[in-house]
Design a protein. Structure first.
Length: 267
């Protein structure tokens, strides 16, 4: 497919994982992609791999907590491709919770919000005029199932929940300018963050009705759909891409299915 021929795309946090897979997907479908990451060497590695495969890609260092860096990345995308049609907000921060809530430190708490929520705000603010100018602008933000259920990481979860609200409100405001705004909520995805916890991933997979955790390509496919003309009448949507996690409770179901006399109990 070449749904994005002639498109300019900017992706944050694209030096690995979901961001990298998304960059590769857009490039495969014809887009020019600016791969950005706080680590410029990671960004350039992904961009070089795309170019080596025949795609069009550039790279830029971008710390989304820095307004100047964000504005520079947006300018670089427009200069490289002559336009900016798609912004994918993927950069985030997530610190592990302390044992008890009252032990939270301000620094890690604020950083999760600074990168995950405020960084997204900065990117959208800088990109909006360019997205509007092209007449086919699309913003797709990477949220999390943590915004819907308790899976730990209080600050990260709260920041991701805020992104779902921002998606709805911004979709309404941006629609008259021809910009669609949507969000994808991944479940557990096999990224480098799990490299040293393969056995944990195996156990987690048992909680998914589809029997596996997700792959970065699963999320990239959903992002590409929401950014494409195939979704031209879809805006303000939060799309779970979670293997059925949010609509199931397999652990409880298994416990309830254990033999206990002659009666089967339901909640």
């Amino acid at each position: 497919m070449t749904r994005f021929t002639g498109y300019g795309v900017l992706i944050t946090g694209a030096g690995q994982g979901i961001g990298e897979a998304t960059a590769r997907r857009f490039a495969t479908e014809g887009a020019g992609v600016l791969v950005t990451d706080r680590d410029p060497s990671r960004a350039e590695r992904v961009a070089a791999a795309i170019r080596d495969s025949g795609g069009t890609a550039g790279s830029a260092a971008c710390d989304v907590s820095d307004r100047a860096a964000v504005e520079s990345a947006v300018t670089a995308a427009v200069d490289s491709f002559g336009r900016l049609d798609v912004l994918v907000n993927n950069a985030y921060a997530c610190h592990a919770d302390p044992v008890s809530f009252e032990e939270h430190e301000d620094g890690p708490w604020y950083e999760d919000f600074e990168i995950t929520l405020h960084g997204t705000y900065r990117c959208i603010r800088a990109a909006l005029p360019h997205l509007a100018a092209g007449g086919r602008g699309a913003i797709v933000t990477i949220g999390s199932v943590n915004a819907e259920r308790h899976f730990g990481s209080h600050a990260y979860s709260a920041a991701k929940a805020a992104l779902t609200s921002l998606t709805r409100t911004l979709a309404v405001e941006s629609a008259p300018r021809g910009i669609r705004v949507n969000l994808v909520e991944p479940g557990t995805i096999r990224t480098n963050a799990w490299d040293d916890r393969a056995q944990v991933l195996e156990r987690v997979a048992a909680h998914y009705p589809m029997g596996r955790v997700g792959e970065p390509a699963d999320i990239a496919s959903a992002v590409a759909f929401l950014a494409s003309a195939d979704a031209s009448w879809i805006t303000g949507v939060t799309l779970p891409v979670d293997g059925g996690l949010l609509v199931s409770n397999l652990a409880m179901l298994r416990d309830m299915s254990q033999p206990s006399g002659n009666r089967r109990h339901t909640p």
